[in-house]
Design a protein around this ligand. Structure first.
Ligand code: AKG
Length: 195
């Protein structure tokens, strides 16, 4: 098991972590269902003028009226599978946020990753709330203050829910670094409300 170097109860303002939002069995069942049944894509991005496929697979699920441009790359927009629609409704009721889109990431092993970024696209509004559910392998999640560069890491366990809200996207970057030795896959569900 990974050793976190931040106490998940003492995260910066705007980050809160619930370790067992889903049971171990439910998390495992959902992981295998989604791995088999979602239509995974590997979009390309341009970095310094060169085209690259992103280092993970993705699926973008959204209500019909959600502006497609949000997904940022050429992702096909998928309708909500029942199991994810039910989860979206529970999170909407719990957090009082009208989630209407979901970006799903599949990290096939520790070589797949996500670089430093903030989820601060204008379509997400000024202080977006993002609910991030983890399924499968544990991964280190890093948070870095944009001005002081101070960093914290937490380990996201299978079945956990990390909520980012308030000024978290304005003040911090986050990333999911490579873990070269990790052989196991992880799925991450990020529920978003797009205006
Ligand atoms: O996989 C994760 O936990 C991070 C996902 C993320 O940062 C994002 O989708 O913006």
């Amino acid at each position: 098991m990974q050793q976190p170097n931040a106490n998940p109860n003492h995260l910066p303002n705007g980050f809160s972590y619930q370790a067992q939002a889903l049971s171990a069995q439910k998390s495992l069942d959902l992981f295998y269902y989604l791995e088999q049944n979602l239509h995974w894509q590997q979009p390309e991005i341009t970095v310094y003028g060169k085209r690259h496929v992103i280092p993970r697979l993705q699926c973008f699920i959204a209500d019909e009226n959600v502006n497609y441009a949000y997904s940022g790359s050429k992702l096909i927009v998928e309708p909500w599978p029942d199991v994810l629609d039910a989860m979206r409704k529970r999170l909407t009721a719990q957090l009082q946020i009208p989630f209407n889109a979901l970006l799903v990431n599949l990290y096939r092993d520790g070589h797949d990753c996500m670089g430093w970024h903030s989820d601060d696209e204008p379509e997400l509004g000024k202080q977006p709330t993002i609910a991030s559910i983890s399924l499968g392998a544990e991964r280190v999640f890093k948070i870095k203050h944009k001005h002081t560069n101070e960093q914290q890491s937490i380990v996201l366990q299978s079945g956990s829910c990390l909520v980012m809200n308030g000024t978290s996207q304005r003040d911090y970057l986050h990333s999911l670094p490579k873990q070269q030795k990790l052989k196991h896959p992880r799925i991450n569900l990020t529920f978003r409300s797009i205006m």
